[in-house]
Ligand binder design. Structure first.
Ligand code: CMC
Length: 423
């Protein structure tokens, strides 16, 4: 806490509010006591509001820097696997060799779903969107795993966090096989976390899935890059729901619902939809023109970011991975991938995008990589959700130990009718 203060002068009255400083990033004005002065702060979209203190992830939008617990995302993507990152986010440190062994076997050991949960799946239409299924099935976990659900008990919190990390991939993979009308493939003890997800999605009783290391590595990267991103919309949703004392499964289900929106996690799916709609390189300019037209709602999906204004470091890593995967699979000349390359080039050289600092974000490339891996568009956001589960549980756990934590309850500037009587 800094000793600096900001003075607000209003109606001949001076109000002093404290300034808060973290270890990195902007200073903040602590406006939490302004209501005592009959004043609110107004900030739609929370563009200038810090809703909490957090030691998990730091994003520097100007520099294009992303740190998980102090470690740059580039190093994590290069040297760690997804479970290292999940452990780091939750516990604050990378696991030792022994901790990693225990963590992997704990998570792997819990990856099976309660057998009755199969029936929950069967209540959905076969053509239901995987995200709709995930919101429902993850929310229903509270009806199956209600032992050890005391949110004020640290061990209980750890146990439910582990259950979520272990079971959400199975739920995501099954929401895909359910769509296809294929039998559920159970997680295997001898496969890694990431290989298990691919195996559950792509193998079937009459056709084993052969794990390709380049593909597994690319998929691992997608999960690492999407694991956390400080107080984004879905994480803020998890925190807001968690602040009411709701159970962890309800909190994560609400995060999944929030992530589904096309301005957030749905952007990777929306990018592919857009590419399929553009179809032909000759139509790119028409779409660029539409993206620039104020009277047209269309936006170039996979471009722009609320926080990153110069570069999205995740997008740069994903771009390299994207080219590795396209090379490995010999897909560089496939029309859709050629179209994506050309669109990226044209937008990056366009004055409008340069001036507004609109660069491809991580979802532009992750959508293309997932498409190349054979993952259907409808599963893109579900994959994002299973990766972000690592961040959500870490934030939920952190919030529960924060002495400043109280129920989230924003105020408003009322613009309706003043009091009147019914005639
Ligand atoms: N295409 C065309 N114009 C755009 C785009 C775009 N993708 N993104 C922003 N703009 C324009 C926007 O119209 C506005 O113009 P003006 O200043 O003339 O009004 C200006 O750029 C600033 O945009 P903004 O809407 O104020 O920016 P924001 O911070 O509110 O929105 C965003 C950020 C990500 C929602 C937005 O860039 C967008 O809709 N992008 C497309 C969807 C997308 O790719 N989302 C994934 C984000 S990354 C994944 C994640 O972290 O969740």
């Amino acid at each position: 806490m800094s000793s600096k203060k900001i003075r607000i002068s209003l109606d001949n009255k001076n109000i002093e509010v404290p300034v808060i400083e973290g270890t990195l990033g902007y200073k903040a004005i602590d406006t939490s006591t302004l209501n005592k002065e009959h004043l609110f702060s107004y900030d739609p979209g929370f563009t200038s509001t810090a809703a909490c203190k957090s030691a998990i992830t730091f994003v520097d939008g100007e520099k294009g820097e992303l740190l998980y617990r102090g470690y740059p995302i580039e190093q994590l993507a290069e040297k760690c696997d997804f479970l290292d990152v999940a452990f780091l986010l939750f516990n604050g440190e990378l696991p030792t060799f022994k901790e990693k062994e225990l963590y992997s076997s704990t998570i792997n050991g819990q990856s099976l779903l309660h057998d009755q949960l199969n029936n929950v799946f069967r209540g959905f239409r076969r053509d239901a969107h995987p995200m709709a299924v995930m919101v429902g099935v993850v929310g229903s976990m509270a009806a199956f795993y209600f032992d050890n659900m005391n949110i004020n008990n640290k061990n209980h919190r750890k146990q439910s966090a582990n259950k979520l990390l272990a079971k959400v991939p199975t739920i995501a993979a099954w929401s895909h096989t359910y769509n296809l009308g294929l039998p559920f493939v159970y997680p295997k003890h001898d496969l890694s976390y990431v290989a298990n997800i691919l195996n559950m999605m792509f193998s079937s009783p009459n056709k084993p899935y052969h794990v390709n290391p380049i593909i597994t590595r690319a998929f691992e990267r997608i999960l690492i890059l999407h694991a956390d991103h400080e107080q984004n919309a879905s994480t803020s949703t998890v925190r807001l729901v968690g602040s009411t004392g709701a159970n962890p499964y309800a909190c994560i289900a609400s995060g999944i619902a929030s992530l589904w929106g096309p301005a957030h996690g749905g952007a990777n799916e929306a990018t592919l939809k857009m590419l399929n709609e553009i179809k032909n390189e000759s139509r790119i300019n028409e779409y660029i023109k539409r993206a620039k037209d104020k009277n047209d709602d269309f936006r170039l999906m996979g471009f722009g970011h609320r926080v990153y204004r110069n570069r999205d470091p995740r997008a740069e890593i994903m771009k390299v991975t994207c080219h590795e995967v396209l090379d490995e699979l010999g897909l560089n000349n496939e029309p859709l991938f050629k179209l994506a390359n050309t669109l990226e080039k044209i937008a990056l050289e366009d004055e409008y995008f340069i001036e507004k600092k609109l660069y491809p974000n991580v979802d532009f490339y992750s959508g293309i990589v997932m498409k190349a891996l054979g993952i259907p568009n409808s599963m893109f956001t579900a994959i994002f959700a299973l990766a972000r589960t690592a961040g959500w549980i870490a934030h939920w756990h952190e919030m529960m130990t924060d002495s400043d934590n109280k129920i989230g309850r924003p105020r408003q500037i009322y613009t309706g009718r003043t009091q009147r009587d019914i005639p």
